[in-house]
Ligand binder design. Structure first.
Ligand SMILES: NC(=O)c1ccc[n+]([C@@H]2O[C@H](COP(=O)([O-])OP(=O)(O)OC[C@H]3O[C@@H](n4cnc5c(N)ncnc54)[C@H](O)[C@@H]3O)[C@@H](O)[C@H]2O)c1
Length: 448
């Protein structure tokens, strides 16, 4: 099938590449000329495991193309996926300008039937706005062209995006007509050969499903983070509590890890947007507001521990940071906890040496030539002469470091672990002062 994907970011590029991999002919459009140039020169503008292989394979086969040419992209696809960004507006609502601009382009230039599919995360009612924008543009041209609008929220996880797209848990599609439903069934048939994963529903329910999923996951994280802070006060160990509750199938183990707050391009903005959608309807989402407040607080948990340990004035002290990305296996730093931590350390007079396996370039783009931040080539190099280590992202390579080397490289063997990577008792035995999230040596010791 002929498919256009509008927006070639984390979602658009993965969607385009994976759909091409199933034999479709895909054109990916972006307004960002640099991104399209990089792709046309054989590069990949983002870090996403396995994506380069799929992209290269399909470019070579002539099934995947990249362009900034709007007219050509509208002409190409019978299916037009919209996967542009929906960043938060100042009031927390999702900014729909990019989605609606993409819709208008389709209305302005289409000459035959189009199925327009919102893949971006958009508030309930957006499909109606997309429909109205296209109608409006067609009206200006005096055309009465058949088209359908569908909602197909994306559930992929950065860092495992290709795998998630190729082997989805479920594929949610919101439709208002049978033609759209049939086209989407056909497109997604290759991705669900073991069982039917398509959940077909109306447009509004599909739009709300995406927010409900992210809001639920964010809630679990904030819940555990608050409980971790309580566990610290009570001398309990959140890791034991996690195992104790996760074994209940009604609760499950996923998304129950305490840490230094969630970030990324989705949870923070989607939680905000859902709160805003509800308040526009005169409803307070009290639970979700608390989830957001708890997360804002949690992003400062590490620096609060640093200040408690080293005092309020950190002038002349340099700290090592492991991890800049908002989570492992991505270079994405949108809303990353590292940004909050670095800002606070710098504001208190400290300097920072950071190491991240893939996000250094992104950090340089964000922090510019800030002289108080330096970037190390490896984890151990970041530690040399630093006051203490702060761990922000749970990259695999941080899980089993050489603790003896770590101890000697740091000025003082102090570790603030925002991802609970190590056993407190082991750290004690190595002679490392270990500050984690909700962990307790005492609770662990009782088991021995
Ligand atoms: N990143 C994720 O993990 C993820 C997961 C599920 C859903 N989503 C949702 O998918 C959407 C896209 O997210 P993303 O992370 O891929 O964003 P992104 O910022 O990586 O990519 C968006 C791209 O759209 C392009 N763009 C903007 N306006 C355009 C236009 N009019 N025409 C063509 N291109 C245009 C931008 O230049 C950018 O390259 C968001 O709504 C997001 O909430 C993201």
């Amino acid at each position: 099938m002929k498919i256009t994907v509008v927006g070639t970011g984390y979602v658009g590029l993965v969607t385009g590449a994976c759909l091409a991999d199933m034999g479709n002919h895909v054109v990916c459009l972006d307004v960002d000329e640099r991104k399209i140039r990089v792709l046309n020169e054989g590069g990949i503008p983002i870090h996403e495991p396995g994506l380069d292989v799929v992209v290269k394979r399909n470019v070579a086969a002539g099934r995947l193309q990249f362009t900034t040419d709007v007219a050509a992209s509208v002409a190409h696809g019978t299916l037009q996926f919209i996967a542009v960004g929906t960043p938060p507006d100042e009031d927390g609502s999702a900014d729909l300008q990019y989605v609606l601009a993409a819709a208008r382009n389709i209305g302005r230039l289409a000459t035959d039937y189009k199925l327009v599919i919102d893949k971006s995360t958009v508030p309930v009612g957006t499909a109606d706005k997309v429909q109205a924008a296209i109608d409006d543009e067609l009206g200006k041209r005096g055309l009465d062209l058949a088209f359908s609008v569908a909602s197909n929220p994306e559930f992929l996880k950065e860092g495992a995006a290709v795998e998630d797209f190729m082997r989805p848990d479920r594929i949610v599609v919101g439709v208002s007509d049978e033609r759209a439903a049939n086209l989407l069934r056909a497109i997604y048939a290759p991705f669900q050969r073991t069982r039917d994963k398509l959940v077909v529903m109306d447009l509004r329910s599909a739009e709300l499903t995406k927010y409900a999923a992210n809001a639920m996951l964010a809630t679990r994280i904030s819940f555990m983070n608050e409980l971790a802070l309580l566990a610290e006060k009570m001398g309990a160990d959140i890791e034991l509590v996690r195992q104790g509750i996760g074994s209940d199938p009604r609760i499950g183990y996923h998304f129950l890890y305490a840490g230094c707050g969630y970030g990324g391009s989705c949870f923070p903005k989607d939680v905000k947007a859902l709160i805003r959608t509800a308040s526009d309807q005169g409803q307070d989402l009290k639970v979700l507001q608390a989830v957001e407040d708890a997360n804002d607080h949690q992003k400062t948990v590490l620096t609060r521990k640093v200040l408690a340990r080293f005092g309020q004035d950190l002038s002349g002290r340099r700290f090592a940071l492991w991890g800049l990305a908002f989570k492992p296996n991505t270079d994405d730093m949108r809303e990353a906890t590292s940004r909050v931590v670095i800002d606070e350390l710098l504001a208190r007079g400290a300097t920072v040496t950071a190491y991240d396996p893939v996000a250094t370039e992104e950090a340089k783009r964000i922090f510019g030539d800030e002289p108080r931040i330096t970037y190390a080539q490896g984890p151990m190099e970041a530690l040399e002469g630093a006051e203490a280590l702060l761990i922000i992202t749970e990259w695999k390579e941080f899980r089993s470091p050489d603790f003896d080397r770590l101890k000697t490289a740091l000025k003082q063997p102090v570790v603030f672990d925002g991802r609970n990577l190590y056993e407190p008792a082991l750290m004690r035995d190595f002679g490392i002062e270990y500050h984690a999230i909700g962990r307790s040596v005492r609770a662990q010791a009782a088991l021995a």
